[in-house]
Design a binder for this molecule. Structure first.
Ligand code: HDC
Length: 279
């Protein structure tokens, strides 16, 4: 069996992640290690897989691969054990799940299982979908499989949202967020993002995923899993509006960019933990 990649983190990394998804200095449990409720936002679960060494190259999987044309398409995260430690040594094991041919794009789904290095207990499970523009038309299957919550597309009810949370990102959001692990130049280097088709470096999908997840947490409490589709790009400095509907034990949500009115997260849902008690 493959070795897996090690990820060791401490309180400083927790605070950096929390700041990266917009924690304020007054959110003491998220920015002050001596607070009695010191904790990490649950979407931190997407971070340990970032230093994983994949047993393959995307080059070998889709034609015409270019890192500049890669966008994050979807993300599913399941938190397999609460409370999430605020310092730990974890091991992540990656797996190729499936490859789809969307014609104009190739879509690759990878999963990672992250376990505690000492106990072997599962802490996080992720499925990440990347959308690679210009890497389709290779005669592959356009449709993916059904893996329950991991592949669900949640449909918001017709009624007005039950709750809306608005939050401005800052011009420095991507510059801070990248220090938690995703150093993709698309989010910091204007030359790189220009080749990718963007006037300025765009915000990490997982950054606005984290901000939206925070809105779900603040409104309804802890969740055991969360699934999003990245429907549109966000520029650092834009304001996000997360619209939420409580449907049974699931918070169905979508996130809009206030300045444009366009969706940046669509078809999203988070299954609440233990009936959705608040923090
Ligand atoms: O939706 C478009 C878009 O621009 N989305 C926003 C993308 C974005 O901003 N992502 C975040 C920033 S990029 C990033 O963070 C990179 C990061 O540093 C590295 C990722 C690391 C991940 C690994 C972690 C371990 C776009 C361009 C994605 C698609 O728009 P269109 O080309 O207009 O597509 P459309 O014609 O509507 O649909 C074509 C087929 O593709 C499916 N699809 C659409 N959006 C998708 C998607 N599949 C997955 N994810 C998406 N977001 C459609 O369903 C359609 O397929 P079908 O015809 O079978 O229904």
């Amino acid at each position: 069996k493959a070795q897996g990649s090690e990820f060791q983190y401490e309180e400083k990394d927790v605070i950096l992640y929390n700041l990266g998804i917009g924690a304020k200095r007054t959110d003491l449990p998220f920015v002050f290690e001596n607070d009695e409720n010191f904790q990490v936002y649950p979407t931190f679960g997407v971070i340990p897989p970032f230093n994983v060494v994949l047993p393959y190259n995307l080059n070998d999987i889709v034609p015409n691969f270019s890192p500049m044309m890669l966008l994050h398409g979807e993300q599913f995260l399941e938190i397999r054990k609460y409370p999430i430690p605020t310092e730990a040594k974890l091991i992540t094991h990656p797996k190729l799940v499936e490859v789809m041919d969307k014609g104009a794009a190739g879509v690759v789904v990878q999963s990672t299982t992250t376990v505690d290095a000492n106990t072997g207990e599962e802490i996080f499970y992720n499925e990440s979908t990347v959308f690679i523009r210009g890497s389709g038309n290779f005669g592959g299957n356009p449709k993916g499989g059904n893996r329950g919550a991991a592949t669900a597309i949640h449909k918001p009810p017709q009624r007005a949202p039950d709750a809306v949370v608005e939050e401005a990102t800052t011009e420095e959001q991507a510059a801070i967020y990248r220090l938690s692990g995703d150093r993709n130049p698309l989010h910091i280097d204007p030359e790189f993002s220009k080749v990718g088709g963007f006037k300025v470096p765009i915000l990490h999908g997982l950054c606005f995923f984290g901000i939206s997840g925070k809105h779900v947490l603040q409104t309804y409490g802890q969740f055991k899993n969360i699934k999003v589709r990245f429907a549109g790009t966000v520029l650092p400095g834009q304001t996000l509006q997360t619209e939420m509907w409580k449907v049974g034990n699931t918070v169905v949500f979508q996130t809009k960019v206030k300045e444009t009115g366009k969706l940046c997260i669509s078809g999203a849902g988070a299954e609440l933990l233990g009936g959705g008690s608040k923090l």
